[in-house]
Design a protein around this ligand. Structure first.
Ligand SMILES: Cc1ncc(C[n+]2csc(CCOP(=O)(O)OP(=O)(O)O)c2C)c(N)n1
Length: 375
């Protein structure tokens, strides 16, 4: 069995000290170690955890994601359409519940059988983690070489790999949130005009992350800049990338621009953001009540009070924005007095005619952003 103080120290020596994940009993001692000794963000699902460590990696922290193999399926979208096309080198540990030949519960049987092939299909290089400390350390060094070459790397962890580590007392945090609800008519600007307002206020300390679909395309059309990231895939992950980046780069102002379809797809991100509460994260939802990018199919956003939801999830403040003027004021106020803020604005459907797409490849956008961030 691997003693975690030594194994964890080796990871720290290699620079890995930021973690996110969802627990698994096979990984519990490793997770306990991460919670006790490192920065660990408890995610609500494994896809969110992948996006958080992706954001932390953009922020130049070598980062680790921990998950049960049943959660690998939850993480497929960001692994396929964020980690790979952007070439974000994360280190993963995935447990092997349902290992063939080892008695386990029926729900793990198939996943245990297909875990290695799943990683192969995802084109993620992997190895079974040795239960011998010295061998495991050598494996870490080999994994680190991959990471240094901008490639993700995963270990599959079998039952009983780690020696026990107890869980130290954990802090519980309750936020007092301010919710400012709707108080007048909406101006309903176009997304393009709202994005222009946001973009106009950008300075050289700000990073703008734009959600999947036409939000990123319109931002690119307005102004292609090194401090922009057009997320293109991993729908719903923009605020989680923002969280990882904001936690690791406290001196930067991180603005995550979301869509209603995307936010609803991963609504579980909100409580994690609210709990971690980085003051330098501004989360803006532009709600057109439709999946505009895929043809305007209605979402259920009309039935959701996002300001109340974000506030109830622990955002320090959640504000209903009615006009472009208010949007400008709210962004300026947040810059002056930073606290985790959610801005909600209803916008008109539709988008700019004959809209282009970023000509840079996702990994080129990432590399450019890393230069901006001082890599
Ligand atoms: C996981 C996943 N499901 C579906 C899609 C297809 N898709 C791309 S953009 C989009 C609509 C996004 O809607 P919303 O977040 O409301 O933004 P809008 O298009 O209205 O600006 C969809 C469904 C995708 N890219 N990824």
């Amino acid at each position: 069995m691997i003693p975690l103080p030594e194994f964890g120290a080796e990871l720290k020596n290699l620079g890995f000290d930021f973690y996110s994940g969802v627990p698994c009993s096979y990984l519990k001692h490793f997770i306990n170690f991460a919670i006790n000794e490192c920065e660990y963000v408890a995610a609500t699902n494994e896809g969110e955890a992948v996006a958080i460590v992706a954001g932390a990696t953009l922020g130049q922290k070598k980062s680790v994601v921990l998950m049960q193999n049943s959660g690998l399926t939850n993480a497929v979208s960001p692994l396929v359409s964020l980690i790979q096309p952007f070439r974000i080198p994360i280190l993963g540990f995935v447990s092997l519940r349902g290992e063939p030949g080892v008695p386990d519960e029926p729900q793990h049987e198939l996943m245990g059988e297909i875990t290695p092939q799943t990683l192969d299909l995802l084109k993620i290089d992997w190895d079974y983690l040795s239960t011998n400390l010295e061998e495991a350390k050598q494996q870490l060094h080999r994994a680190n070489e991959k990471i240094e070459r901008n490639e993700p790397y995963f270990f599959i962890v079998k039952k009983g790999t780690f020696e026990p580590v107890g869980l130290q007392a954990q802090e519980t945090k309750i936020t007092t949130s301010v919710a400012r609800p709707q108080s007048r008519e909406d101006q309903l600007p176009t997304r393009y005009d709202a994005l222009r307002e946001i973009n106009t206020l950008k300075d050289n300390q700000t990073v703008q992350l734009a959600t999947t679909g036409k939000t990123g395309r319109e931002l690119y059309d307005l102004e292609d800049a090194p401090n922009n990231l057009y997320m293109v895939g991993s729908m719903g992950c923009v605020s989680s990338i923002g969280l990882g980046l904001a936690l690791t780069r406290r001196e930067k102002s991180v603005i995550a621009i979301d869509g209603d379809g995307a936010l609803l797809m991963r609504l579980g991100n909100l409580p994690t953001n609210g709990y971690c509460s980085p003051p330098n994260l501004l989360h803006i939802l532009l709600d057109n009540n439709v999946h505009d990018s895929t043809g305007g199919q209605q979402t259920v956003s009309g039935n959701v009070d996002f300001v109340e939801v974000a506030s109830a999830c622990g955002y320090d403040q959640a504000i209903y924005v009615h006009t472009l003027e208010e949007l400008k004021d709210c962004i300026e106020n947040w810059k002056q007095d930073q606290k985790l803020t959610f801005l909600y604005m209803r916008i008109a459907g539709g988008s700019k005619a004959s809209l282009g797409r970023p000509t840079l490849k996702p990994f080129e956008v990432k590399e450019r952003l890393q230069v901006f961030l001082g890599d």
